[in-house]
Write a protein that binds this ligand. Structure first.
Ligand code: SF4
Ligand code: SF4
Length: 102
């Protein structure tokens, strides 16, 4: 399977998208989210922008975040305009996402 271009990206089923990658999960969370900051957020941009669907709104107005299946794309950090909400780093060496061919 060749790499999809951006116009076709949305047509790919989430399961198919995830089946092309593997995750070497590190013990340290390379991204953390301060749910207290998120409570005053009106956009919730991270929820729709994250291609791995890792941000989940909680009933109390916060955000539940799981770093383990992160693509390391940086989109969440780009779309979030609330200072201090997201702390973003790359995973430690040898950990993180591995993109596979075909
Ligand atoms: S991470 Fe940023 S965009 Fe997402 S809910 Fe929190 S403040 Fe809003
Ligand atoms: S870096 Fe990309 S995949 Fe990882 S949490 Fe942010 S938006 Fe989602």
């Amino acid at each position: 399977m060749s790499a999809p271009d951006s116009a076709r990206w949305a047509d790919i089923a989430f399961e198919d998208r995830m089946s092309t990658v593997e995750f070497r999960v590190g013990e340290r969370a390379h991204i953390s989210v301060d749910s207290e900051v998120c409570r005053s957020c009106t956009t919730r941009a991270c929820v729709t922008a994250c291609p791995a669907d890792l941000f989940a709104p909680t009933a109390d107005g916060g955000i539940l975040f799981n770093y383990e299946q992160c693509f390391e794309c940086g989109t969440c950090y780009q779309v979030c305009d609330a200072e201090g909400a997201i702390t973003w780093t790359y995973p430690d060496g040898g950990h993180g996402v591995v993109f596979r061919q075909g």
